[in-house]
Design a protein around this ligand. Sequence first.
Ligand SMILES: C[S@@+](CC[C@H](N)C(=O)[O-])C[C@H]1O[C@@H](n2cnc3c(N)ncnc32)[C@H](O)[C@@H]1O
Length: 184
Amino acid sequence: MGDLYLALIHAPVYNKNMEVVATSITNLDIHDIARCAATFDLKRYYVVHPAEAQRSLAQRIMAFWQEGFGAEYNPNRQEAFARVRLAVELKEVLEEIKAEQGMYPALVATDARRYPNTVSYADMRRRLEQEEKPALLLFGTGWGLVRELMENADFILEPIYGPGEYNHLSVRSAVAIILDRLRG
Ligand SMILES: C[S@@+](CC[C@H](N)C(=O)[O-])C[C@H]1O[C@@H](n2cnc3c(N)ncnc32)[C@H](O)[C@@H]1O
C-alpha cells in the first residue's frame, strides 16, 4: 500500500455563482481534518492557500496547540497537527511528494457533482491497497474544486449521496466519510 496524502484546496474554487474565487482557511477545517488524517493514518494533510496572511493565520492556530499551554492541555491535538503542512499551491504539494516518494502521486479528486468518469470507493480502495504508488486526495472548499482541476485528476471519486435530493455536506463531513470508505 502506497502512502496516502490529502490536500484541502482554498483556491481556485467556485463560489455559489460558480465564479472562481479563494476561500478563507477555517479553524475547524484545520482541526477536524487533521484529526481525520491522524485517525486514518495519512502521510500528510496539506492546507493549500495562495495568501501569505491566511497561511500565517493557520500557522498561529497550529502553533498554539503544538507548543506551550495548548500542547500540554491537549497532546492529541499536537499529535494530529504533526502531519499538517501549509502550501501555497497544489504544484508545490506535488513537487514535495515527488521529492520524498521519487514519483508524483495519483491525483484523486472529490466533488458533490457527478462527473462522467468517476470511480467507486471499492475500486479506489482496492487500488490503494494493491499499488505502491502514493495517492493525493483533493478536497475543495466553497462550492467545490474548479472543473480544470477535476479534469486533470487521475481519478474522480463518486459523490457521496444520501437518500434524498439534499446534498450539501461540509468538507469535514465529506473527508470523514470518504476516509472511512477508503481506509476504515
Ligand atoms: C462545501 S463542499 C462543496 C460542496 C459543493 N456543493 C460541491 O459541489 O462540492 C467542499 C468539498 O467537500 C467535498 N464534498 C462535499 N460534498 C461532497 C459529496 N457529496 N461527495 C463528495 N465530496 C463532497 C468536496 O471535496 C467539495 O469540494
